[in-house]
Design a protein around this ligand. Structure first.
Ligand SMILES: Cc1ncc(COP(=O)(O)O)c(C=O)c1O
Ligand SMILES: N[C@@H](CCCC[NH3+])C(=O)O
Length: 431
């Protein structure tokens, strides 16, 4: 990570061409700072990876990783499609002027009103997850006399090498239909609905995955099923959606693949299956979230109190924590950081970085090496662009942080810091 740190003549860390200490002073902390050029570079690696192989594809940004109007506008500018999982994410897409025909809707418990909103806005595709949803769709499409493209989400029974909580493609999962029996049943039910156009299958095997073998195995499993359906009644998948999950570098322990090599591996495996079963080549869709925004942001915090326990541990507290980054508490996720105003100083002080919530588990990092820190220093945590702001909470009534986009050495506030008034705006008096 440290090789990525740039510094200016003041000895301050520079990020996306900007002095991070100046950014912290101007916008306050905690502050998410996104490098928009990096977002574009990541998006293009996927899009161009498919283009280079001459494969028809859609790269749908999984907006759960970080959704805001500005972010979705960047995704739109890059020609991405969009994966939304709720009315709120769809509403944000509408506010961003995102083309609705490039929006795909997910969700393991889509409510009637969510499906209704998707239908009314004529989104590009609904990824059908369960039998209840098939019934709801049947009713709504009749009511609206409207057609819609759908994919069936299936669980290919793959155990990807990642944290248990972010595994989704294994058989024992709350998402999708199992491939052995339920998928066939769902396929038969969807065939009865003249308003539904089943385009193909979807699977998502998990998140923060560094190897391609899980994806390749999933493709094999999907094609076993697709071949059965083809043999039985001539079904040809026009679309194969392989989900997201492409891993990124958080710390030096992580060794992610080049984004284009994931694309190449997926395309080659699909080609192999197509050749083997003599089927038509589908469009390949993917849904990267983390790999588009994860390494494109840092979070800036201000250091406050310290607690030094001789022969045990040094705690350094910052002005944020699990409210803006729940990942260490939830997944034991690891991060790397530096002190933005002390880049030239040697990291000789071992410390654990604590948040300010009333919760012992509210820790951002355990036992990392920093320079001697003191109150007022600015801590920069790397690779916080995915599932940081989007999973943030109001625990202990901390207002949510601000988000700044930087491009061409210009910073722009894209999400305002919440005020205390924002926090209580939905509260009603009981007096
Ligand atoms: C269905 C689906 N698609 C895409 C994603 C995005 O995953 P990632 O951010 O790991 O690329 C997720 C989250 O894991 C997901 O559940
Ligand atoms: N939120 C998770 C990933 C799972 C997301 C969606 N299936 C993370 O921070 O790693």
């Amino acid at each position: 990570m440290r090789e990525r740190i740039e510094m200016n003549t003041k000895g301050h860390m520079v990020y996306a061409g900007m002095d991070t200490v100046d950014l912290a002073n101007q916008y306050g902390t905690p502050l998410f700072v996104y490098d928009v050029e990096r977002i574009r570079k990541n998006a293009r690696a996927f899009v161009e990876g498919f283009k280079a192989l001459n494969v028809k594809a859609q790269v749908a940004y999984a907006s759960k990783a970080f959704s805001s109007v500005a972010m979705l506008q960047v995704a739109k500018q890059e020609g991405l499609s969009l994966d939304v999982v709720s009315e709120g994410e769809l509403f944000t897409a509408i506010q961003a002027g995102f083309p609705m025909d490039k929006v795909h809707m997910h969700g393991n418990n889509k409510a009637r009103h969510e499906l209704e909103m998707a239908i009314k806005h004529k989104i590009g595709c609904i990824v059908v997850d369960n039998f209840h949803e098939i019934e709801l769709l049947q009713e709504l499409l009749m009511e609206y006399k409207q057609d819609i493209d759908v994919l069936l989400r299936v669980t290919p029974g793959i155990e990807a090498h990642t944290h248990d909580y972010i595994l989704t493609g294994n058989e024992d999962s709350k998402f999708g239909f199992d491939l052995t029996k339920q998928a066939r049943e769902a396929y038969e039910l969807l065939k009865l609905n003249p308003h539904v156009h089943l385009k193909g299958l979807h699977c998502h095997i998990g998140s923060q995955i560094f190897e391609t073998d899980g994806f390749l195995m999933a493709i094999k499993r999907l094609y076993e099923t697709l071949n059965e359906w083809h043999v039985r009644d001539g079904f040809n998948a026009e679309v194969l959606n392989l989900g997201g999950g492409f891993g990124i570098k958080y710390t030096d322990e992580d060794e992610p693949l080049e984004l284009s090599s994931y694309v190449k591996a997926l395309v080659e495996q699909v080609q192999e299956e197509i050749d083997h079963y003599q089927l038509l080549y589908p469009e390949i869709w993917i849904e990267p979230g983390r790999a588009i925004v994860g390494d494109a942001a840092i979070t800036l915090y201000t250091v406050g109190s310290k607690k030094e326990i001789p022969n045990v541990r040094n705690y350094v507290a910052i002005d944020g924590g699990m409210t803006d980054n729940i990942r260490p508490a939830l997944y034991q996720a690891k991060y790397d950081a530096c002190v933005a105003n002390k880049i030239t100083e040697a990291p000789t002080y071992q410390a654990s970085v604590a948040g300010k919530c009333c919760e012992s588990g509210d820790m951002l990092m355990w036992d990392v090496l920093l320079p001697e820190v003191k109150a007022g220093d600015i801590l920069a945590v790397f690779s916080t662009g995915a599932y940081g702001y989007s999973m943030s909470s109001h625990y202990n009534r901390f207002p949510k942080a601000a988000v700044v986009f930087v491009e061409h050495q210009q910073a722009k506030l894209v999400v305002k810091r919440e005020s205390y008034e924002d926090l209580v705006k939905n509260d009603l008096s009981y007096e």
